[in-house]
Write a protein that binds this ligand. Structure first.
Ligand code: NAD
Length: 512
């Protein structure tokens, strides 16, 4: 394994320069109480003003006013605003991608990839703005028509996690805007700067769009959990899309249910892959290595559990260990680095705790130690860890948001699928096989119980065209493609009588 070999350049000065190029005034970056840091060096990058709960409430009220105006703008015209947003993102992809790298610690290609995902969902939403259609349904009454219509919903609250600091907002916001909703965003307190930059780009797009885009259409609330709570509790927010840990979802979900608001919950995952006897091991190795070590194990879809058939275990494991040993860990801005830093000390301590628990449960660990050669004390780089486990102990069944891959042997395909489905989370899964029966069974109703089930690709790296989300403790939410847009709209069923009589349904008679 190569470690970073030089003291990283100042992340703070680079951040300030990028924000200026993205249209964020320097005055925003000082004088507040929320300290922003780069995980690359641990340096402080800004001190931001946090909104108070009262200010948050007033901003949400204003977003509701914006919704009342925006819903009158025809949907294809609303799509034009999203098209302009996509153009701003294209024009500033390099700067915003770099800022994602600086603030979330993603390697360069992943920082840029996150912005590309935003561009892709904008394109998708522009097309969608001309396809918000309902059904016409056969009615039992003559001279009647029955149909469904879809209407704007209201203020959409978005709460996002640190690890996809900007893409998650766009999966929700691009759809919400074309659906006629306004959006209020509470980003992670660990990644506020990328959110501020995106808001600046949105404002540029809105200025080009003109006065039809009302003030308050897109609102950013900088703050911690209590500001997220203000969004969750506000009666004028009919939908909150919340991405983060299952612990967060356990608090947010019941509160929304209490006031009958909609929840799109995108929570923790504990994703698995099964390697069968017929798997193409070259392809499998690449798929497993990226899914388990990419983004330093800080993707919701990161591969965390690997079930390897006993007949290929001894052939596959040494190759996987070699890949773990050769991966370059270090400053994510540097060429050739594949694994950047953990987000903070809390993530590092959680990883070490999980490794202790795994060892106590009989696990045999390779890697996992801190790579601290030249990093400042406040930066946390680790070698990804591979843990050979005899069984699926408690530690394996909980999500540790760090690069730990638990590897286990299995004998029969049915056993492997059962082990995979044994986790309380249900986000993503994959099988590596060339056996058509295994592939089909895995994606059938008796196979993987996850929201994402793949064949011969790893569990991470979803595209925006499909609906994204997972079952069980992952929360059940779906966002991005397919028919996810329906969550952002209100459905009405309409019956129209164009005759001169009033027949009642089900043959009911009521003549007065
Ligand atoms: P987190 O739960 O600590 O925080 C996420 C967001 O929720 C933050 O903005 C935070 O301020 C807010 N929040 C926390 N408690 C809240 C409350 N009671 N009310 C309102 N808001 C509250 O998560 P994190 O550490 O930023 O992100 C990592 C987690 O997110 C992992 O569990 C990962 O699997 C999950 N994640 C899931 C998906 C998905 O699509 N399923 C995507 C990305 C991340």
């Amino acid at each position: 394994m190569t470690q970073q070999n030089s003291v990283p350049a100042s992340a703070a000065s680079e951040t300030a320069g990028l924000l200026a190029r993205l249209g964020v005034p320097a005055s925003v970056l000082t004088g507040g109480s929320l300290v922003a840091r780069s995980p690359i060096t641990g340096e402080e990058t800004a001190r931001l003003k946090e909104v108070s709960p009262a200010e948050a409430k007033a901003a949400i009220d204003k977003a509701h006013e914006a919704f009342l105006a925006w819903r009158k703008v025809p949907a294809p015209r609303r799509g034009e605003l999203v098209r302009l947003l996509g153009e701003e993102l294209r024009a500033h992809k390099a700067e915003l991608g770099r800022l994602v790298t600086l603030e979330a610690g993603k390697v360069t290609s992943e920082g840029l990839g996150e912005v590309q995902e935003m561009i892709d969902i904008c394109d998708y939403a522009v097309g969608l703005s001309r396809q918000l259609f309902g059904l016409t349904i056969a009615t039992e009454r003559s001279e009647h028509r029955m149909m469904e219509t879809w209407h704007p919903l209201g203020v959409v609250g978005v709460i996002s996690a640190f690890n996809f600091p900007v893409a998650v907002w766009s999966w929700n916001a691009a759809l919400a805007f074309v659906c006629g909703d306004s959006v209020v965003w509470k980003p992670s307190e660990k990644t506020p700067l990328t959110a501020i930059a995106v808001q600046a780009l949105f404002e540029k797009a809105a200025a080009k769009f003109g006065p039809e885009a009302p003030a308050g259409l897109s609102t950013l609330l900088i703050g911690g959990r209590e500001i997220g709570e203000a969004l969750v509790d506000h009666p004028k927010v009919p939908l909150v899309s919340a991405t983060g840990s299952t612990a967060m979802g356990r608090q947010v979900g019941p509160k929304l249910a209490q006031r009958f608001a909609r929840a799109v919950l995108e929570l923790g995952g504990n994703n698995a892959a099964i390697i069968t006897p017929s798997a193409d091991l070259d392809l499998t190795l690449r798929g497993v290595a990226f899914a388990a070590m990419g983004t330093a194990g800080q993707r919701c879809t990161t591969l965390r559990r690997l079930f390897v058939h006993e007949s290929v275990y001894d052939a596959f494991l040494p190759r996987l260990k070699a890949a773990y040993g050769s991966v370059t860990v270090g400053d994510p801005r540097a060429e050739g680095v594949l694994v950047g830093p953990l987000i903070d000390q809390g993530a590092y301590l959680a990883m070490q705790k999980a490794l202790v628990d795994a060892r106590d449960a009989g696990g045999v660990i390779t890697g996992g130690e801190r790579v601290s050669a030249d990093a400042a004390d406040g930066a946390f780089y680790v070698r990804p860890a591979l843990v050979e486990m005899g069984r699926q102990a408690d530690v394996v069944l909980r999500e540790t948001f760090a690069p730990i891959l638990y590897v286990m042997k299995y004998s029969t395909f049915e056993e492997a699928v059962a082990l995979q489905n044994d986790a309380p989370q249900g986000l993503s899964s994959s099988v590596f096989t060339n056996d058509m029966r295994e592939a089909e069974r895995f994606i059938s109703g008796e196979g993987s119980d996850c929201g994402i089930a793949n064949v011969n690709i790893g569990p991470s790296g979803a595209e925006i065209g499909g609906a994204f989300g997972g079952e069980k403790e992952t929360g059940g939410g779906r966002e991005a493609g397919s028919d996810s847009w329906k969550a952002y709209m209100r459905r009405a069923t309409n019956t129209l009588n164009y005759g001169k009589t009033l027949p009642l349904a089900q043959g009911v008679k009521f003549d007065v």
